[in-house]
Design a protein around this ligand. Structure first.
Ligand SMILES: [Zn+2]
Length: 304
């Protein structure tokens, strides 16, 4: 090749060098130019995660799978990125897990094309406190009457029907904020150990508030539930889209109705001690596609 080139007159060689890139091997379509970031960069069981994806071409849509769940991404024009909020369940064992992405390119000079990409992330074990067991709730919660049993069953059915809902469209916008500025009295994931056995795991975050304190929506969303349940008391659930729900328990009063759209910071109810509570406080929980996540970690995410 070189020998043949060297026999060509100099201007020909210059021309060849100029046009060389156009005749070079065609790169395999959209092979390696994906960038996939996770926030936080260290994935922990029980924590939410924000996936940010920059695909190698303009896409019509982007979806994915992560830990057996479907991800639906939304496009953010400012950062030219696709975002999806997801999570790692508390039960996920440390290891390496793949996020599988599937997109369809925007039709232009070429017809739309299906493209895909896989990126692996390590999940590490979170540190959750172990606390001595305590139990001082009324006997109606430990030894319910047949009537109370019925109420408990109704509550369980409502939770089964609503708390695993996944609305693919994103309604959340920007960061999740605290529902109260009170101090935190009990963290997520804390295990109550009684006689050497884990008696219960705390699947939410408790705020030390007296009764009657305004409780605010952690982000924009739709009111999925505003009902009195046996254990939860007056219970508000907001659907923020992409499978993410926030739950507000033991309220003394509702300030929203089911089906209503709310904005971040809007008052959804007043704190109280209804349902199974040892006294007035606010218990807040975060669900993502049927699994509980740490609300404090969700509030730490910098979200678009
Ligand atoms: Zn709690």
């Amino acid at each position: 090749m070189n020998r043949r080139l060297s026999t060509l007159p100099a201007p020909c060689i210059a021309l060849l060098i100029l046009v060389w890139p156009f005749f070079g091997p065609v790169p395999p379509a959209f092979a390696a130019n994906w960038t996939v970031h996770a926030q936080p960069t260290r994935l922990v069981n029980g924590w939410p995660v924000l996936f940010q994806v920059k695909p190698p071409a303009r896409l019509e849509s982007l979806s994915g799978t992560w830990l057996g769940h479907e991800l639906s991404f939304s496009y953010d024009a400012t950062s030219k990125s696709w975002f999806a909020l997801a999570g790692v369940s508390l039960e996920t064992v440390p290891g390496t897990y793949a996020v599988e992405l599937r997109g369809e390119t925007v039709a232009g000079k070429t017809p739309p094309e299906k493209i895909s990409f896989t990126r692996k992330f390590a999940v590490v074990r979170g540190k959750y406190p172990k606390l001595p067991g305590k139990l001082s709730v009324e006997s109606k919660f430990t030894e319910p009457s047949p009537e109370q049993e019925k109420e408990i069953e109704e509550g369980q059915q409502i939770k089964k029907d609503y708390l695993n809902r996944v609305t693919p469209e994103r309604e959340w916008s920007g960061p999740f904020t605290a529902p109260s500025d009170a101090e935190i009295s009990d963290v997520f994931g804390a295990e109550r150990v009684f006689n050497g056995k884990t008696q219960s795991t705390h699947f939410g975050l408790d705020f030390r508030v007296p009764g009657g304190t305004p409780v605010t929506a952690m982000n924009d969303g739709t009111v999925l539930l505003a009902r009195l349940l046996y254990f939860e008391g007056n219970f508000v659930v907001l659907d923020h889209g992409q499978g993410l729900l926030t739950l507000y328990l033991h309220l003394s009063e509702f300030k929203v109705k089911e089906g209503e759209q709310v904005k971040r910071g809007q008052v959804v109810g007043l704190s109280g001690g209804t349902g199974r509570a040892t006294g007035p406080h606010l218990h807040v929980a975060v669900r993502w596609q049927g699994t509980y996540l740490d609300p404090a970690s969700l509030m730490r995410l910098r979200l678009p």
